[in-house]
Structure formats: C-alpha cells, structure tokens
Design a protein around this ligand. Structure first.
Ligand code: GTP
Length: 399
C-alpha cells in the first residue's frame, strides 16, 4: 500500500500560509473526478508534477493514482498545516501533542515567510521592508531545535549514566527518547557523526549542534519566500538565497488570482505555469487588466512562475530526492491488468531498485518478486539495478 508523502507547511501569522495552502491545492473544479482534494481543515492534497511519458510514447494514458493534464503528470502529496510555531512556542506557548503528531508525519517542512518584510516577528503588519525576514527563518529552526532539546535535556545526565554503566549504544537511547518524531536510527547515527566530541562529554552546545544536524537530515526545510510580488521582496530574496540552500520565491496571491481569472474564463492558465494568455481583451475591466499585467511583469517574468508549484516540486524532488517510476503489468502496451495505460506514477527514493519498488507497491509483490523489465527498452533489469527517474517498469512475480 503506497502512502502519500506528507509535507508540513508552517509560518508565523500573516505571511500568507493559508493563501499558499489554498494555492497549492487544486480547487474542486480542477480535480472534479478526483476523490481527495481536501482531507480536513489542516490536511490537503497538493501535487508534485513531472512529465508524463504518454506524449513521448504517443499513447493516451488512464491515470489511476494520479492525474495527467496536457502531458503533465500530477502525483498527490499531502500538505499538513502546522500552526502555532511562534517565537517562544517551545517553552510551552503552543507546541503540544498536535505538533509532535505533525512532526512525526512530515518528511519535510515548507516554511512560508513574508519576503517583503511587511510583518513583524509576531506576524503583525508593519511598513513593507521594515522587518528582516531572515530572522524568521532562524527563529523557526531554533524553535524546533529547542523543542527537541527540551525532550532530550530533561533526562540527559541519567541517560548518559545508564548508557555508561550498562554499555548501551547512546544513539539507540537517543532514538528511544525521540520516538514519536519519525526520526530514524540512521538519521541519528549520521547526525551524531557530525559532532566532533565523544557523546559522553556532550554538553548543551554539542547537543544543540547535534539537533541542528539531525533536523537538517531528518526534516529538511525549504523556504517559501512569499509576497515576492511586492517591491521590497527582491533584495531580501537575494539575501535569503545567499544564506540558505533551498529558497523558492513565491506569490501565493498571484497564483490564486491567476486561477480565479482562469476559472472565470478570462485567461488560459495552467496552475504553476510560466505564462498565461488573455482569452478576450474586451471582457476585462481596467482593474483586472492592470492586475494581470502586474503579475506578468513582477512575478512571472522575474521569477519564471508564481513559485507555488515549484515549491512543492523542489520539496519532493530536491529536498527528499525522490524520483517517479511508472509500474505497469504489460510491458508492451504499458497497461495494468485492466488495460489502463500508465495507470500509476509512484514516488520512490533515488537509489531504489525494482525489488524496493515491488515492496513499496505491496509486501506480497515484494516477497514473490522474480525480476523486472524496463518497458521502454524491452529489457530485463537486475533486481538491484538502480531505477531512473521516469522509468516504466514491469515487475514479474512468481504469483
Ligand atoms: N502581496 C501579497 N500578499 C499576500 C500574498 N499571500 C498572502 N498575502 C496577503 O497576506 C495576508 C495574510 O495572508 P494569509 O494567507 O491569511 O496568511 P496566514 O499566514 O495564513 O495568516 P494566519 O491565518 O493569520 O496564520 C492577506 O492579506 C493576504 O492577502 C502574496 O503572495 N503577495
């Protein structure tokens, strides 16, 4: 059974988190026949997008677990709206079991910030450009680190003594303490290697350094530099890009405006696209025309898109390093048992093998895996062969 990848969306009040959440989630109209658009108030379905092989193969696909719009395959991922991360939250001003639950589920964080600097550190509106958004990035990382620190620090001395006297592996003990966060033993081993000092001599500084590394590995973060449409955002976006590896300029408001205009039949626009076309000039009011031109000049032409879809894609394909594989039963017709062409698009971690894919689809398929065929090349591939992005794979089982 394949579960959707879950990504947390967080940010202080007024930065445009709800706008981003809505803009990333296709509306009911756009996904009419698709069953799960909104899960509940705090969970919604967004899509990672990639090229569908249907065009290149000259076939018409019948997607089952995903959608195909004009040759673009949309693969569902789940967004979790994480509220309450405000400065000081780790001290008990808001982070509770709900946060633990969100943290456990989330594989990565999208941190929405107001790149225009028009909200202060608590999210109150201030004059554009008067707040430095780089401070907001630091605060969020610090909140999560300090929250984890609170969990470890409580019992640290006792745990060290226990590990020393019973000759227990400290990494395992740390993992037990952080159980419920979704952090794996491998993540902990990798992070603790990055701290020079011997674990038995770790003080506060080393623990914090360890937790910083751990978060980077286990819950990587992408900065959504929102409100990129405002003039004061440009310089901040450059500074953010200099300081952090994963920054996507975005305008959630522009994405919403373009979609509304498309729904009203005023423009043609594919969500996440790099351009739009006005359908009938005479239908636009002066105000609408000016707003659309503003978006074209200040968002699309500057940043290439509104950044909303790009943020989701970067989280899935860069931060989490996933690739897309299309499993089929019939390697000649690219179909499943029922004749659906290219029915499924599956996100798998880069480095996965056909056998890993088989297990991901179903334990039984993994257990009875015999070999796999690369349907494009019509060639058998080894069970430990590394799958490539866009592969169409037929799995041959003994049952
Ligand atoms: N210029 C501009 N304004 C935006 C953008 N996104 C959101 N806003 C505005 O920012 C304000 C806050 O947006 P919300 O989406 O409600 O922000 P939020 O972070 O969810 O706020 P809370 O619900 O208070 O947590 C609203 O007035 C939006 O219209 C954007 O991309 N550009």
């Amino acid at each position: 059974m394949i579960t959707m990848i879950q990504i947390a969306v967080t940010g202080k009040p007024n930065v445009g988190k709800s706008s981003f959440f809505n803009a990333a989630t296709l509306s009911e109209a756009e996904v009419a026949s698709y069953p799960f658009t909104t899960i509940d108030a705090n969970h919604a379905v967004a899509y990672a997008s990639c090229r569908c092989p249907c065009r290149e193969l000259g076939v018409e696909c019948n997607p089952r677990n995903s959608r195909c719009i004009n040759g673009v395959r949309l693969i569902p991922v789940e967004l979790i709206d994480v509220a309450g991360l405000v400065p000081g939250a780790h001290e008990g001003r808001g982070l509770g079991n709900k946060f633990l639950d969100d943290l456990r589920q989330a594989r990565a964080f999208l941190h929405v910030i107001d790149a225009s600097g028009s909200t202060d550190e608590e999210g109150r509106p201030v004059e554009a450009g008067s707040h430095d958004p780089l401070e907001d990035v630091e605060f969020l990382e610090e909140e999560i680190t300090m929250w984890l620190y609170g969990i470890l620090e409580r019992n640290w001395e006792r745990l060290l003594r226990k590990a020393a006297s019973e000759k227990l592996d400290m990494n395992r003990i740390i993992h037990e303490q952080l159980s419920g966060t979704g952090i794996t033993p491998e993540d902990i081993i990798e992070a603790s290697r990055k701290v020079d000092a011997d674990v038995y001599s770790w003080g506060k500084d080393e623990l914090l350094q360890f937790l910083d590394e751990l978060l980077r590995i286990a819950k990587p973060m992408l900065i959504v530099a929102n409100k990129a449409d405002l003039p004061s955002a440009g310089e901040n976006i450059e500074r953010l890009k200099d300081a952090y590896p994963h920054v996507v300029p975005a305008s959630a408001e522009a994405e919403l405006a373009l979609r509304r205009a498309a729904e009203a039949g005023l423009i043609s626009y594919t969500p996440g696209g790099s351009e739009f076309e006005i359908i009938d000039e005479s239908k636009l009011t002066d105000k609408q025309r000016a707003a659309l031109e503003y978006i074209r000049e200040n968002v699309l032409e500057v940043y290439g898109s509104t950044g909303v879809q790009e943020a989701i894609n970067r989280a899935v394909f860069d931060l989490l390093d996933m690739i897309v594989v299309f499993p089929v039963e019939d390697e000649h017709r690219f179909t499943d048992q029922k004749g659906n062409v290219l029915p499924d698009a599956i996100l798998v971690p880069r480095g996965s093998s056909p056998r890993d894919l088989a297990y991901l689809i179903h334990t039984e398929i993994g257990d009875s895996f015999l070999h796999a065929v690369d349907a494009r090349k019509g060639m058998r591939v080894a069970s430990d062969h590394e799958l490539e992005d866009g592969d169409i794979i037929s799995i041959i089982c003994s049952r």
